[in-house]
Design a protein around this ligand. Sequence first.
Ligand code: PBG
Length: 325
Amino acid sequence: MILHKRGRILRATPAIRSMVAETIITPSDFIAPLFIDEGENLATEISSMPGYFRRSLDLTIKEVEELWSIGIKSVLLFIKCKDELKDNTGLESWNPRGLMQRSIKAIKAAVPGMYIMTDVALDPFSSYGHDGIVKDNEIINDETVEALVKMSVSHAAAGADMVAPSDMMDGRIGAIREALEDNGYTKTGIMAYSAKYASCFYGPFRDALDSAPGFGDKKTYQMDYSNRLEAVREALMDVEEGADIVMVKPGLPYLDIVREVKNAVDVPVSVYNISGEYAMIKAAAQRGWIDENKAIMETLTSIKRAGGDLIATYFAKDAARLINQ
Ligand code: PBG
């Protein structure tokens, strides 16, 4: 056989494979989501996320120190709100002494270099478990945006580097940007969850924060998974309104969307490798059906290859360790 092209030449040894690798993941690609709870010396494993914990602030700080030491540059904070503080206004979410605000300050003080991103949405604070204010069984947009603005400004005041609105209300990016400017927070960034789909894969996360919707679903604000062009439209709108980074979420079932958005915008694209994606790998690995470490590396590389510049992932620590080995 005489061939003029042999594709296997560039696959022959580990050396040549690493020389021609098009996609390389590094710990600074990762954003580590953290679930924070009240209390002390508390680490609760989330039943549907084996190996992942909700921690009190003291233990969260230890975790952040460890993440920093292995090269992770960013954390994304979520807090679990006590039931008695939940209501239909989100009031607790902009409490200057709230758990989120205290956490931002304490983490900044302990690990000043760590880039702190904060979740902005009402669901952990909502007695209805929805991302917005509820009236007559509907999630109302404009009043919700006012609450999100207050929440964002309070995160900036506490020292957050970037707020990350995950609520999918209309017009919130522009409103938040304007409020940050008005209040002098000109260094605070916005990572917009621009194309966030109504997904069944969020289940384990809602276990972690006890934030499952009390009625109905989130389909009137999160996107329909049948749609692709709409994701581009949402991302472009958010960039126009002032987003520094746009996000696609979930990750794996939406890699086509990641590429589409990546080609359309001129800001970094982040991807959320969400709780259900974590749970699936964990569950299969526990049964011995797949090799967990290999699945982690293949998954995260595929997300970056699709166009994810940054990846929010519960595997951040494991992946950083595997990369550093
Ligand atoms: C809610 C929010 C969700 C996630 C991040 N922010 C869940 C939801 O929209 O119900 C999901 C993250 C994950 O599943 O890992 N604002």
